[in-house]
Design a protein. Structure first.
Lengths: 379, 218
């Protein structure tokens, strides 16, 4: 072999020996981690999937592109088509926007890394969890029965049965036929298996359905769940119950007088209790109405009302008005029999007649005094 | 001026003094008692109407009977009052050594009842006014009637008109007592002081009873 050829071959070998370390093998590139935000997607959710690779070799690796393929979880963002070289010991993160189109379960979209050598590529399936379980809501406190215009305390508990955190949780009552305070209640973040409670003061005006809409965010995705609470009116087992007893009807000049006792047989206080005679009776002085005030449970108070009534009435209603702690007005009526055995004084009897009678007394008195004086003066 | 027996109203002293000159006569006093009895009978009509109204239709005949009985009782009551007053004054005057015929006492006491005629008329007017305004429904049981009667008493005792009628009755009784004082003075030959005591003690007690009753109404 000629010396020149030997030299050329030696140079080539030397170049090859020098060139070999510059082009490291693709096997030195590995996916070191992947993360999904949010950690668990719901069907239709959009999230971001971050895949981190690292060059564990001693030479840089030329990378052509990074792509994500999948069917259950589909990428929405473009692939990385011009990546370049990844230096020795360096790492890089590729972030893809994905959407969960598949059913519940774990999908494995494939992260594909193509190298410049054109012959090799890295394929790495990334696990993505899809779970459609919504937040759960329940009414943990409500009155035994609703009453029109009476404020009821409603407490709603929201729990997170999902396996990832949710944020921005709030409860919004929706519907018509009621007023509610507050209009919405904010809970915030809920960790897995955590719960939060919110309270509402709800005042129904008609029988209706109240929908407590639970709104939350899973990542950037907003979700809702509805909790329907039917509002049907009924008798509150605890409400005040004024009962009239020990009634005594007494005829008086120009009308009747009713004296009796009113007792609160309920379990809540009756406030601003006012007693009067109802139509067709006509209240008259001195006790057109009788203000009892507050009657606590089991309290009793006497009352007295005076009224005028037609003689044909067999009974008249005694009306008890009271308010609950929220200021709602209630009215109960109790019929009190006049029995037909009570004489009804003439309604105009008491008007004007006393004046005439007093005049008669004065005249008679004057005549008698005059007669007595005259008889003794002439003696 | 001689105005007959009406002079006893304003000048009982001279009237009885003049009457002492003649024999005792009971015609005019009896006439006065009859008038008082008639007025009393008339005053029972409103109450009898109410009583009849309480009764069921099939018992209305009983209502008429009750009306007649009550009117008769009221009529007789006029005479009874006359006699009772006379006897009481006669007996009380005996304590003051009064001397005189019982017939004269009865005569003069009868004249003293004259103001009661006016009192009876006014009282009857009040009675009509009191009772005519009451509405009564027929009752079906004795218990209802008892309850009604109790209620009626309550109505009558609480009405100012009833109290005024009571005051008027007392005033006319005072007027009669004034006449009786002069009557007893001459009929039983008493001093003025003893005549006042003879009449004043029983009449005063009766007026006290009426006032107590009236104060109970108040």
């Amino acid at each position: 072999m000629k010396p020149l050829n030997t030299l050329i071959i030696s140079l080539l070998c030397a170049v090859m020996m020098l060139a070999a370390p510059i082009s490291a093998a693709p096997a030195d590139i590995a996916v070191t981690s992947s993360s999904l935000d949010p950690q668990v997607l719901m069907r239709g959710d959009t999230g971001t999937l971050a895949v981190t690779i690292q060059n564990s070799g001693t030479e840089s690796v030329a990378i052509r592109s990074a792509r994500l393929y999948g069917s259950g979880v589909v990428p929405l963002s473009d692939s990385y088509l011009q990546v370049g070289a990844l230096g020795a010991g360096n790492s890089r993160t590729f972030t893809f926007t994905v959407r969960a189109d598949g059913d519940e379960g774990i999908s494995y979209p494939v992260f594909v890394l193509e190298f410049r050598d054109g012959a090799s590529s890295l394929r790495h399936p990334v696990p993505v969890q899809v779970e459609n379980t919504p937040l759960s809501a329940s009414v943990v406190k409500k009155p035994d029965a609703f009453t029109a215009s009476r404020t009821a305390d409603i407490t709603v508990r929201v729990g997170n049965p999902r396996s990832n955190d949710v944020s921005g949780v709030q409860v919004i009552p929706q519907g018509s036929g009621f007023t509610v305070t507050p209009g919405s209640a904010f809970i915030g973040s809920l960790a897995p298996d955590a719960s939060g409670t919110v309270a509402f003061n709800l005042t129904p005006t008609t029988e209706t359905d109240v929908t407590f809409q639970v709104v939350w965010r899973n990542g950037i995705n907003t979700h809702t769940a509805d909790l329907v609470l039917p509002i049907t009116f009924g008798e509150d087992k605890r409400q005040a119950d004024p009962v009239i007893t020990n009634v005594e009807v007494t005829p008086i000049a120009g009308g009747y007088r009713i004296v009796g006792d009113v007792m609160n047989a309920g379990l809540e206080s009756a406030r601003s209790v006012v007693i009067s005679s109802g139509s067709p009776a006509m209240p008259i002085d001195p006790f057109r109405v009788y203000v009892v005030g507050t009657l606590d449970p089991d309290d009793i108070s006497s009352f007295e009302v005076t009224f005028k009534a037609d003689g044909t009435m067999a009974e008249i209603p005694v009306v008890v008005e009271y308010r609950d702690n929220d200021g709602n007005r209630y009215t109960t009526s109790t019929s009190v029999g006049l029995g037909g055995t009570t004489p009804a004084p003439h309604e105009k009897q008491g008007e004007g007649m006393p004046a005439t009678g007093i005049a008669i007394v004065v005249v008679v008195l004057a005549v008698v005094i005059g007669a007595v004086y005259h008889s003794w003066r002439r003696k | 001026m001689d105005t007959g027996f009406l002079r006893v109203l304003f000048d009982p002293g001279r009237f009885f003094e003049a009457r002492m000159q003649g024999e005792p006569g009971l015609k005019v006093p009896a006439l006065i008692a009859i008038v008082i009895g008639l007025i009393g009978a008339a005053s029972t009509i409103p109450m009898a109407d109410i009583t009849a109204a309480m009764l069921p239709a099939e018992m209305q005949g009983l209502g008429v009977v009750m009306m007649v009985i009550s009117a008769a009782a009221a009529f007789i009551g006029g005479f009874l009052g006359w006699i009772i007053y006379s006897l009481i004054f006669y007996l009380v005057s005996m304590a003051f050594k009064g001397q005189g015929d019982l017939k004269r006492t009865v005569e003069f006491v009868g004249y003293g009842l004259l103001p009661q005629i006016f009192g009876g008329i006014i009282g009857t007017y009040f009675s009509y006014r009191l009772l005519s305004g009451l509405t009564v429904q027929p009752m079906t049981s004795p218990e209802q009637m008892v309850e009604f009667s109790e209620s009626l008493v309550a109505v009558l005792t609480t009405d100012p008109l009833a109290q005024i009628a009571g005051v008027v009755t007392i005033l006319f009784l005072v007027w009669s007592a004034n006449i009786w004082i002069f009557g007893m003075k001459y009929a039983r030959n008493l001093s003025t002081r003893n005549a006042v005591l003879t009449v004043g003690i029983p009449v005063g007690l009766y007026i006290l009873y009426m006032l107590i009753t009236l104060s109970g109404w108040l």
